[in-house]
Write a protein that binds this ligand. Structure first.
Ligand code: FAD
Ligand code: SF4
Length: 510
């Protein structure tokens, strides 16, 4: 082991209990010759007006992580600088390492920079080890698949299940006899249901300090006040234990339900922790599978959760790396409308959107169906520019990072990628929203009306979208069913839909 100095750069969304770049450095350098560096980049946090609770989460978790490393005996440089590169240069000038270790960034721009320029910019060799935060880093279910090859999530997921031996019976069949329990997992929430509250964590001195800084910076959306997320691995594990004990059993049936009263329902609210490395996917999957085998959760909830983490999360990350960088500019439906201004203040008479956007502003959280079937559904039907929608989502959510946002928003939500992530657009009229949620009875609009003064905008926008894109929709066998209903609209009704949609869209302020 040489006595040359080395540095390990740990990014803010890589707060892993055992960081692979640190492990790699320790194989070649004694601990006293190592220094870990974490950088808070001012430019990165100002790229968009980010959700203040997300900034608190990131910086508080980074600072707690640095403290934890120090108690383990590591020397840590915690730098605040205008840019990452400035922070690293500052660190290199002071410590004078002969080498830098880092782990691949999860985002395209960061990783491209690390691989192509980082070492040269710092004037020292940089060793970049593979990212271990995703299971597709260990097993690629479709190696070498070109971006043009369609890979369905269901097929991808089954390969992942088999490879990682999750919920598999000894005969190679899925445990419970079925791969997919979606049909049992689409119940609306009964009016008297009381989902248990999600645990919150009292901010300590470090967190309070970050909250004050974030509020003082006068840049961002929402407020740092009321912050109660986990900021250490221990707290994140306790949030997960609470989910296992109190919500997992009901996770499946109410996965798609929406409620004006209960923002989280039986969801896990673990994405903020998974996405910064405080929790790791396989440990969650193993514990949830254990809950099934010890009869603490039924198969539809267990499989439903495994599908999200081993299926959707990995699929989304895999698609991101396959489709970048073109994904960011994709606009298959040629949507050109700017984002309506009510996305910034929730001032809309549409009750469902008012609730969902209000939550995003206050807490930085909406569950999956609110993101997909309310917010993206509206933007797709209204023809809002994909990049603008993507930036809004990136700004407002506590769990938002480009690798997860772009395929979910541009791909799944807006179907702007030409159908790589989802083979058909997720569009729905008010009928679906009324069936799965409780917003409609208190709304100024009538969810049953297609046109007329009180008609719900989701209805005329839905039919207008079908009319506008009838040719494209008919040409694709998977999309054909969407246009089936147009047969029942006579010419007068079609004109009324078009007129009302156009008048509504013209009045939207951006
Ligand atoms: P649960 O419903 O409890 O699911 C468990 C876990 O599964 C989640 O924590 C998450 O890690 C994973 N997961 C489930 N679906 C997905 C998915 N489609 N993509 C990635 N991971 C998934 N997730 C983010 O982490 N960050 C985002 O910025 C984000 N933006 C989204 C935008 C849109 C338009 C859509 C449709 C989905 C988005 N998702 C995003 C995916 C999903 O909505 C969130 O992961 C989920 O709502 C987080 O809440 P939860 O932890 O309670 O999830
Ligand atoms: Fe949303 Fe329409 Fe229902 Fe109002 S009537 S809550 S706008 S779906």
């Amino acid at each position: 082991m040489g006595d040359e100095r080395a540095s390990v750069w740990i990014l803010g969304d890589q707060l892993l209990a055992r960081h692979p770049a640190l492990a790699a450095a320790e194989q070649e350098h004694a601990q006293q010759n190592l220094r870990v560096v974490l950088v808070e980049s001012l430019r990165r946090t100002r790229r968009l007006p980010y959700q203040r609770k997300k900034l608190v989460l990131l910086f508080s978790a980074m600072r707690h992580y640095a403290e934890e490393l120090r108690t383990q005996g590591y020397a840590v440089d915690y730098v605040q600088a205008p840019t990452f590169l400035d922070g690293l240069r500052q660190h290199v000038a002071a410590w004078k390492p002969s080498r830098l270790f880092a782990m691949d960034a999860s985002e395209w721009q960061g990783r491209t920079f690390q691989r192509a320029r980082l070492g040269d910019e710092l004037g020292l060799p940089a060793t970049i080890v593979p990212n271990t935060q995703f299971l597709v880093g260990r097993f690629d279910p479709y190696p070498g698949a070109e971006a043009s090859k369609r890979v369905l999530m269901e097929h991808f997921y089954r390969r992942m299940r088999r490879h990682f031996d999750v919920l598999m019976a000894p005969d190679g069949k899925p445990v419970g006899g079925k791969w997919n329990y979606d049909a049992e997992n689409r119940r609306p929430l009964p009016p008297d249901a009381e989902p248990p509250p999600v645990p919150t964590f009292e901010p300590d001195t470090i967190t309070r300090e970050v909250m004050a800084e974030v509020e003082a910076a006068a840049h961002g959306v929402g407020t740092a006040n009321g912050f109660g997320l986990a900021v250490t691995r221990q707290q994140a594990l306790s949030a997960f234990d609470d989910f296992l004990a109190n919500r997992l059993a009901q996770f499946g049936p109410y996965e798609d339900a929406m409620s004006s009263q209960h923002p989280v329902l039986y969801h896990s609210l673990l994405s903020p922790y998974l996405n910064i490395g405080l929790l790791e996917p396989l440990e969650l999957i193993a514990a949830v599978e254990g809950a099934y085998h010890s009869e603490r959760a039924p198969i539809n909830s267990t499989e439903g959760f495994v599908r999200q983490v081993l299926g959707w999360r990995e699929y989304i990350y895999w698609q991101y790396w396959r489709l970048m960088p073109d994904l960011m500019e994709a606009n298959a439906w040629d949507a050109q409308r700017p984002l309506p201004s009510f996305f910034w203040d929730a001032h809309t008479e549409m009750s469902c959107l008012h609730h969902a956007i209000g939550r995003a502003i206050d807490s930085g959280y909406n569950h999956h169906i609110e993101r997909l079937m309310l917010l993206c559904n509206f933007c797709l039907l209204a023809g809002v520019q994909p990049r603008a929608v993507n930036d809004w989502f990136l700004s407002f959510y506590v769990d938002a990072y480009e690798w997860v946002m772009a395929p979910n928003v541009i791909g799944m939500g807006l179907n702007a990628d030409g159908g790589s992530v989802a083979t058909k657009p997720y569009i729905a009229s008010a009928n679906y929203i009324n069936r799965m949620g409780d917003y409609c009875p208190r709304c100024r609009y009538d969810h049953k009306q297609r046109t007329g003064q009180d008609a719900c905008p989701f209805n005329f926008l839905y039919w207008n979208f079908l009319l506008e894109h009838e040719g494209t929709l008919r040409a694709n066998p998977r999309l054909g069913r969407n246009v089936y209903g147009l047969r029942y609209l006579d010419e007068d009704e079609r004109s009324a839909v078009r007129r009302q949609a156009s008048s509504f869209l013209d009045k939207l302020q951006s």
